[in-house]
Ligand binder design. Structure first.
Ligand code: HEC
Ligand code: HEC
Length: 265
C-alpha cells in the first residue's frame, strides 16, 4: 500500500517534471518562433475600420479648424505622376495611388484612367506600426500631422497591417466573375443596405455631376473592388455600416446581388 502510494507519487512528480520542462522550453523558444511565423500585432476592429475609411479618403477626417493648414492638397500630390489622368485633391487619397484592391499597378489600376505605375500596399500586411507611420511622413508621401493626426495614422497603420483582404478570393479563380450567389445575398441587402440605398440601390445617386447617375448597381458592375472595400469598411463621413463581421461568402453573395441591380434611372 505504502509502496504503491510512493510509486504513484513519484509518477505524478515525473509528470510534473516533464510539464515544468515543457513550459520552460516553450518560454525559451517562443520569442524566437515569432521571427518565423510573423505574428501580426493586435488591433481592435474599430481602429481597423477607421483606417479603412482613412485609406479611402483621409481628407474627410481633417477637422474644420485644421482645413486651412492643408491648402496645398488643392494642387496634385507632388508624387502623383505628371502624365497620369487624375489631378487635384483626389491624388492625395491612398486609394488613388495604391488602388481599391491594394495591389497598385499589379491590380485593377494596371491600365485605365487611374493608372500611375505605383506599387500596391499588399506587401505591408503583417508589418510593424512604426514602419507604416514612417512611410506616411516620408518624402514620397509628405503627409503632415495636420493632415493625418498621429491617432489617425495609427488607425491607418492598423488597416494596412491587419485590415487588407486578398480581393482575388472574391472571384471565381482566374475570372472576373464574383464567386457569390445573388439569391442568397438578397436578404442581406434588403436588411443591411436598402434602408439607405433603397430596395433597388437607386435611392442615393453618387454622381456629383448634374444629370448624371451612379447607383449601387453601377458600382457593382464598374468598380467591384471599390464596392468590396466599402462593404468591409463603410463610407467616410457617413453613418454607413461596416460588414467585416460577415463571412467572406456572405460578403460575396451581397456583391453578387448588387450586380443584378439597375444602373440607369
Ligand atoms: C501620390 C501617390 C501616393 C499616395 C497618395 C500614397 N502613396 Fe503610398 N506610395 C507611393 C509610392 C510612389 C510608393 C513607393 C515607395 C516609394 O517610392 O517611396 C508608396 C509606398 C507605400 C507603401 C510601401 C509599399 C511597399 O511595398 O514598399 C505603403 C505601406 C504606402 N505607400 C501606404 C500609403 C498610405 C496608407 C497612403 C494614404 C495615406 C498612401 N500610401 C498614399 C505613392 C503614394
Ligand atoms: C445608414 C445608411 C447606410 C447604410 C445602412 C448603407 N449605406 Fe452605403 N452609403 C451611405 C451614404 C450616405 C453614402 C454616401 C453617398 C454619397 O456620397 O453620395 C454611401 C455610399 C456607399 C457606397 C459608395 C458609393 C460611391 O461611389 O461613393 C457604396 C459602394 C455603398 N454605400 C454600399 C453599401 C452597401 C453594399 C450597404 C449594405 C451592406 C450599404 N452601403 C449600407 C449610407 C448607407
Amino acid at each position: 500500500m505504502i509502496r504503491s502510494l510512493l510509486t504513484k507519487k513519484s509518477s505524478i512528480q515525473k509528470k510534473y517534471f516533464v510539464l515544468k520542462y515543457l513550459i520552460m522550453f516553450s518560454v525559451l523558444f517562443f520569442p524566437h518562433s515569432n521571427a518565423f511565423c510573423q505574428e501580426i500585432e493586435n488591433f481592435d476592429l474599430p481602429s481597423i475600420i477607421r483606417g479603412g475609411k482613412l485609406y479611402d479618403n483621409w481628407l474627410a477626417f481633417v477637422p474644420k479648424e485644421k482645413q486651412h493648414l492643408i491648402s496645398k492638397v488643392r494642387k496634385s500630390h507632388p508624387s502623383y505622376p505628371k502624365n497620369s489622368k487624375q489631378n487635384g485633391i483626389t491624388t492625395w487619397r491612398c486609394k488613388e495611388c495604391h488602388g481599391w484592391d491594394y495591389k497598385g499597378v499589379s491590380g485593377a489600376y494596371k491600365t485605365g484612367s487611374h493608372y500611375t505605375g505605383i506599387i500596391g500596399i499588399d506587401k505591408y500586411t503583417g508589418r510593424k506600426t512604426d514602419e507604416v507611420m514612417q512611410i506616411l511622413r516620408d518624402s514620397t508621401h509628405k503627409i503632415s500631422g495636420d493632415m493625418i493626426s498621429q491617432e489617425n495614422a495609427k488607425s491607418l497603420a492598423a488597416f494596412v497591417i491587419a485590415g487588407q483582404v486578398e480581393m482575388d478570393d472574391y472571384f471565381k479563380p482566374g475570372t472576373s466573375k464574383i464567386d457569390g450567389n445573388a439569391n442568397r445575398g438578397k436578404p442581406f441587402f434588403q436588411t443591411l443596405c436598402s434602408s439607405c440605398h433603397g430596395l433597388d440601390g437607386r435611392l442615393i445617386n453618387f454622381s456629383v455631376k448634374i444629370n448624371e447617375y451612379e447607383f449601387l448597381g453601377s458600382i457593382g458592375k464598374k468598380n467591384v473592388w471599390e464596392l468590396i472595400h466599402k462593404i468591409r469598411n463603410g463610407q467616410p463621413d457617413e453613418k454607413m455600416i461596416s460588414l467585416r463581421a460577415l463571412t467572406l461568402q456572405q460578403q460575396k453573395d451581397i456583391v453578387a446581388y448588387i450586380q443584378t441591380l439597375p444602373d440607369k434611372p
